[in-house]
Ligand binder design. Structure first.
Ligand code: URP
Ligand code: ZN
Ligand code: ZN
Length: 459
């Protein structure tokens, strides 16, 4: 049945205008004023509302065995959460352990999603070891449509790779024409600082940030940029948290490097003081790189508005407070890292960005959807509203007022890092390839509708 969304203000990364959007099957077929109503069409009135392209979260963890435990969401819970928040496409990190077979890991991650996701999805392939067998496996992964890699310069002894492995991964990525996403922190320095702080009896979550100061992250970005310059690889710095790291990224971009920057929703609205709360409450706010001093927030918002930062993701990594974060009582290095926010990203960005005048609507769409589609080979199918694109649409009610709470969230985790926070605006209606998955802000759809999105190399 055709779907006609009428009378809304259609907003893309380049244009906002009053228009109707006509979808047929899985695609958008027409965008314009006063479109005729096709016979049998489902007509949605979007008067007083925005119509956005489906939002894309280019950095999430769903299946994540990590730090002696495993992240809580399934694809079903994470994708439902994404959709009620307005996100219609997820890009998940495949994170094999160093001793795992990478092809088996890739199949395991794909298998977790297949038939259980309510939204569309793709993967970044984690390269957590590089040996003689790696090039053939990665070529196979790219041929299967996963045309981006992930490396960790952090997490020594877990996902982290050494410099020889980094160099070879970037060389291979360049040959295959795929972009490499990177967690940039100097693993050796973090390990030394952690040991020193613990030896001094500094064991609480408030010591997580001092164990990974901004210089450690800035060095990571510089390190990646150096290796990328030497190999010609295209790189993408994930979850950038601070001014010092941004300066390194800006310098690399000024030298003409193909380097892009992501930040994540928690850094835009939370700061280090949350991880310093007493009674181990701060553990809820432990992620890496860590939440920083408040002064970094303005720098990140400015970098987002100016274009230095291309995308806002979440780095969604859901671990319960009870039983999981608690594993780090008495030793902050054992607190599973991550702040769940796949459900909250778009609302936080709208409330604390657009509604506060820090981000205009076009840039909001660009950083939350369009840039991710372009950087990761999903455009023009995703990230815009145009004939031929997938009918992934968000009808957004800017007059909605509500409050975030763990008691009402779809994410399968026992707390919210934003408990009680007021939010402005809501995804009233969300479609994925023409199918209505969210109505009146509630999931009403099919939890098997999501599809794997194969992508081609981007350069
Ligand atoms: O704290 C974080 N970021 N947890 C998830 C793993 C990662 O580093 O992306
Ligand atoms: Zn990371
Ligand atoms: Zn991550």
């Amino acid at each position: 049945m055709p779907l006609l969304i009428r009378n809304g203000e259609v907003v893309t990364a380049s244009l906002r205008r009053s228009a109707d959007v006509l979808c047929d099957g899985e695609s958008i077929v027409d965008v314009g004023p006063n479109l005729a109503v096709p016979a049998g069409a489902d007509v949605i009135d979007a008067g007083g509302k925005y119509v956005f392209p489906g939002f894309i979260d280019p950095h999430v963890h769903i299946h994540l065995p990590f730090m002696g435990t495993s992240a809580k969401d399934t694809y079903t819970t994470a994708s439902r959460a994404a959709l009620v928040g307005g996100t219609t496409t997820l890009i998940e990190m495949v994170c094999p352990g160093r001793s795992d077979d990478p092809w088996d890991a890739y199949q395991l991650w794909k298998g977790k999603a297949a038939g259980t996701s309510a939204c569309d999805y793709a993967f970044h392939m984690g390269v957590t070891r590089f040996d003689a067998a790696t090039p053939a496996v990665l070529e196979r992964v790219v041929a299967d449509g996963t045309s981006s890699f992930k490396v960790f310069l952090a997490y020594k002894g877990a996902f982290g790779i050494d410099d020889a492995e980094l160099y070879q991964t970037l060389e291979l990525a360049q040959r295959l024409g795929v972009i490499v996403t990177a967690h940039c922190e100097n693993a050796e320095v973090v390990a030394r600082l952690q040991q020193r702080l613990l030896a001094e009896g500094k064991t609480g979550p408030e010591w997580h940030e001092p164990s990974r100061p901004t210089a450690v992250e800035a060095e990571g970005v510089h390190h990646l940029a150096t290796f990328a310059a030497l190999t010609g690889a295209h790189v993408y710095v994930v979850h950038t948290s601070c001014e010092e790291a941004l300066r390194e990224a800006a310098a690399a971009r000024e030298r003409g490097m193909k380097l892009w920057v992501e930040t994540v929703a928690p850094y835009l609205v939370l700061d280090r003081s949350y991880a310093e709360q007493p009674a181990f409450e701060g553990a809820k706010y432990v992620m890496s790189p860590p939440l920083r001093e408040l002064r970094h927030q303005d720098v990140i918002w400015d970098a987002l508005a100016s274009g230095l930062i291309s995308t806002v993701a979440t780095d969604h990594a859901p671990f319960d407070f009870i039983g999981q974060k608690e594993m780090g009582r008495g030793d902050f290095t054992k607190i599973p890292n991550g702040i769940p926010s796949v459900e909250n990203r778009v609302q936080l960005l709208y409330t604390y960005g657009v509604a506060r005048g820090r981000l205009d609507l076009l840039r909001f769409v660009e950083v939350a959807s369009t840039q991710a589609a372009e950087l990761f080979g999903l455009a023009p199918r995703k990230g815009t509203i145009a004939p031929g694109a997938d009918a992934d649409l968000v009808v957004w009610d800017p007059s909605f007022r509500g409050v975030i709470s763990a008691t009402t969230q779809e994410m399968n985790v026992d707390y919210s890092a934003f408990e009680g926070w007021p939010i402005e605006g809501r995804a009233d209606l969300v479609t994925v390839r023409g199918r209505i998955q969210v109505r009146d802000g509630k999931f009403v759809g099919d939890t098997t509708h999501g599809r794997y999105l194969p992508r081609k190399p981007t350069h």
